[in-house]
Ligand binder design. Sequence first.
Ligand SMILES: Cc1cc2nc3c(=O)[nH]c(=O)nc-3n(C[C@H](O)[C@H](O)[C@H](O)COP(=O)(O)OP(=O)(O)OC[C@H]3O[C@@H](n4cnc5c(N)ncnc54)[C@H](O)[C@@H]3O)c2cc1C
Length: 581
Amino acid sequence: MKTLPAVDVVIAGAGWTGLTMAKELATRTPLKIVVLERGGPHRTQDYADNMDELDYAVRLRLMQPIRDETVTFRHTARDRALPIRQYGSFLPGTGAGGSGEHWSGISYRYYPHDFRRFSHMLEQYGRAKLPEGCAVRDWPFSYDDLEPYYERAERMMGISGKAGNLRGRKIEGGNIFEGPRVSEFPTPPMKVPYLAALFRDATKSLGYHPFPLPAATTSVPYTNPDGVARAGCSFCGYCERFGCMIGAKAQPTNTLLPVLSRRNNFELRTGAWVRRVVVEAGRARGLRYMDSRGEEVFQPAELVFLASWTLNNTRLLQLSGIGEPYDPESGRGVVGRNLTHQVSVPAATLFFEKPLNAFMGAGSAGIAIGDLEALDHTRLDFVTGGALYTVCYGTRPIANFGLVPPSIHARWGADWKKAALHYYDRTGLIRFYGEHLAYGGNYMDLDPVYKDRYGDPLLRLTLDWRENERRMVEFASARAVEVGRAMGAREITRFPGLKRYESTRYQGTHIQGGTIVGANETDSVVNMYLEHWRVPNLFMLGASAFPQNPSGNPTLTAVAFTYRVADAVIQRYLKHPGALA
Ligand SMILES: Cc1cc2nc3c(=O)[nH]c(=O)nc-3n(C[C@H](O)[C@H](O)[C@H](O)COP(=O)(O)OP(=O)(O)OC[C@H]3O[C@@H](n4cnc5c(N)ncnc54)[C@H](O)[C@@H]3O)c2cc1C
């Protein structure tokens, strides 16, 4: 194994969280920083040169190559796990920018009650109403603590939207259920596509409170506080699963790398596959990785950050033997616990008689309602909530062809083709993104059988829905059908209901847990500054720290949290290295 000269900071993963931390450290300190990224480089002009639905959206050009590493999956600890051999329910990215290159950009803040989820549920409904096996936690800090960092993250990305709560003043037209913000969004809301306008008008007529989705696709040209200028969105429809060819969608490569590439204390090393955190005498010494030539390399460093996304962060800790793996039988151990996804379903599929011009769109151009976040569950048989929304991604010829309404009985042949062509631009979706509680039986550990290309055990996911999620989806789908009728849809297909967790249906790359944050080391992996309880120079960035999924998409919170950690490291750790909490 080759040992390289030591650097100050080594970071595994060049996605939103890894590069946000790198940018803060590289611009505010003289530290020498190396980011190790196992995929290749990405640049905006690469996307402009060869935008192709088959290549990007169907063959998943930007995703982690599944032949090199995948995960195994099972529903319960009694089942045998099998490797996922084709991407289905989530799509992890690879290369500079990570999934932040091909994400949709919907950028909610979490609600204040999300940060005190356990106490909130207890106060509202009492212990008897908690679902069986529920392992939900409070975060060790509040929404107010994170608010200034949300604002920094929104400004860096140029998030467009409309405030619904400015310093406590509720504003119609924004999300009136959101926590108080100190200032307006940095850019105005995106234009509202036709289908979303139908949704907005229908929900309003039913007494709901529609608002424009907060979007990382800027509505107008925007220059962020780091001096990085980006174009406004052109609604080309090649957004989710693609990198943006004009740089209108905030991606790590068009917001953070332009700043970092000007610094001579920063190096991005691509083709570097991290396999272990090396720990000696309670301190992380650096990262061991395979380089693109297949040679094993050790990069020593004073400070180590894992920013390799939920699944890889959890796996790297387990492969490195750091901390006690979670055991669902005894409830002991912490690494791997509280695996959550997001309850994401096409609640209602709507078929219209009029064309929708749905080929125009962007990953986060749409309208949502937050009213189902603020339900009184006293007379309901579930305790969670979520958002109903219509997002107009931009229908594309391959992925969005073939849906026909229930009245068309043909499933192939000339009649089906005719109907599929007719409904190609007359079909819309109302989606539901709901909260996923943590349960003692949903967790991650190392698979005893299957291995990756280097012979390391794969991560094993044990995951299934519970009655609470099924009932919530039932309730939300019924509301979506009512909204669909008010939108004037001629026919509607209602989501048939959640049964078992499906690893084959795309649900969102919003997976949380495994290295959760908490107030003490008996039931969490990292403290409120994402610093490992037992290895104080090791930090774990990203949604692996989230104790559960609070319905909203996770990225803005992961980036805001990274800013908070960066401040703690720069202002306190570097002056007095050691435990921050
Ligand atoms: C299609 C799609 C749509 C999405 N839409 C939204 C949305 O609308 N809103 C939202 O909030 N979120 C969305 N997401 C999720 C969002 O992309 C992620 O939450 C976010 O990118 C996570 O950032 P991260 O830095 O934690 O991890 P990542 O972006 O996954 O970056 C981690 C990086 O680490 C690298 N890495 C992993 N393992 C290793 C290793 N062993 N060695 C070296 N490098 C390694 C990976 O290659 C990757 O580049 C979407 C994701 C997808 C796929």
